[in-house]
Design a protein around this ligand. Sequence first.
Ligand code: ATP
Ligand code: MN
Length: 291
Amino acid sequence: MGQGTEYGLVDVDEVDTPGDEWEEIDVSDTEADRIARKRDREFEQFEERIKDADQFKVEQSVFDDATFAALYKLVQDGYVEAFGGPLSTGKEANVYHALGDDREVAVKIYRINASNFRQMRDYLEGDPRFEGLGGQKKDVVLAWTKKELANLRRAQAAGVRVPEPIATERNVLVMEYIGTEDGRAKRLGEVHIENPQTAYEVMREYMRRLYSAGLIHGDLSEYNVVFDEADGQLVFIDLGQAVTVHHPNSREFLERDCRNVASFFSRQGLDVTADDLLEFVTSPEPDPSRD
Ligand code: ATP
Ligand code: MN
């Protein structure tokens, strides 16, 4: 992958703890940076068009040329055919609805000038996959984007329903769109939950599967779980900050996740505690006496 430095210095043969498998994390200049520097005619036309498009108009000041080049590259590579409206404009990222190759996709664009990239650094610092990462804002955000893709892959492999990761380019992540006929899927906190007990059982099972795969979500709450009407399933989203169990603060993050989830389901009328949830999530095997 070019001349870049690769991060992720843990050799797969040396570890047998889930969570520290080697992952290729390359934050060197991407094709998008090169496109932005070259500024060929086709890219300039693309950039003009997209800056003119209604959905990007308000945002254009927050995206740099290389971000537009990343979108251009994703279009060239066939991951995105057309951009739709914004699904969310958050502190660190904006999420757009888009049309992919043969399906709808969600495009999450991290801003390089993210307000709390220092906090991002803290999440990356204890993660063996990112050893040696420098302090450049751009590198941190690029690593973050790749980390979200890697985390989504790992969650998916562990049997946790998440948006299917499709591609990253620089600070842009393309993933499966979870939506309904009326728009983006509702967050857990936005829907009326008919059967909170079942929802809770699914949540804690997902948390346990993640944990067994060496991952802790780190920002789990009713805001980062959506309800997919198409298959009636809960979907964990927003895995950018998820850390491996070896992160120095991983226990703290896990306990906080448990508190958030237990507190939400208590408000739904269930008799659950953060301690019980923590116990369940960290217990290695499903209890065979359960049905
Ligand atoms: P926040 O700071 O608000 O937590 P964020 O920048 O961390 O947001 P996400 O939580 O990943 O970003 O996404 C923000 C919102 O965009 C989600 O709450 C959800 O409504 C929508 N969204 C994100 N990913 C998808 C997806 N794959 N399909 C449909 N909607 C999505
Ligand atoms: Mn979120």
